[in-house]
Design a protein around this ligand. Structure first.
Ligand code: T46
Length: 139
């Protein structure tokens, strides 16, 4: 789901965008991380999360995010600082670096926990078919 941050524009000083937990972002933010100095053309991701919810944005450059809930796929291009996407639980993601120097920022609903990752696509599809996310893993 696309989220647009509120932005204060000033033609002389530039723009300031902001988001607040439980208002613009539908969870408490427990972790922030960012991915940078990624070689052009790199593909990252290739996993889903059992529970974790995240908001992704690209403050500089261009990154394609392909989301897959086991039933349908959707591609988002992140290329504006005030354009963000909400990625819920049970969504497989692939990220493609489309511009040199592009930065991906992420606000996450929980601390890092490798046991929340599903890194095997067949296992992901099996869980989708078993109704692990009750068909609530919307794109
Ligand atoms: C996601 C996408 C958008 C940590 O130690 N702490 C952390 O908070 C994170 C996020 C990762 N790591 C370690 C785990 C791996 O050894 O950093 C290494 C690289 O992680 P990964 O291969 O999962 O990176 P991406 O870019 O494929 O995925 C990341 C997040 O892990 C993931 O949750 O949704 O960005």
């Amino acid at each position: 789901m696309l989220i647009e941050s509120k932005t204060v524009n000033n033609k002389d000083f530039g723009n300031l965008s902001f988001l607040e937990s439980n208002k613009d972002i539908p969870f408490d933010i427990k972790r922030i991380y960012y991915i940078y100095e990624v070689p052009l053309g790199t593909k990252r991701g290739m996993h889903a999360h059992k529970d974790l919810k995240q908001v992704l944005w690209c403050p500089y450059g261009e990154i394609d995010i392909v989301l897959d809930n086991g039933i349908e796929k959707k591609k988002y291009t992140l290329n504006e600082p005030n354009k963000l996407i909400l990625v819920g639980s049970g969504v497989w993601r692939d990220m493609y670096w489309k511009k040199e120097g592009a930065v991906l920022c992420v606000a996450a609903s929980d601390y890092y926990d490798e046991s929340d990752y599903i890194r095997d696509y067949d296992e992901f599809i099996k869980l989708v078919k078993e109704g692990y996310w009750n068909n609530e893993n919307k794109l």
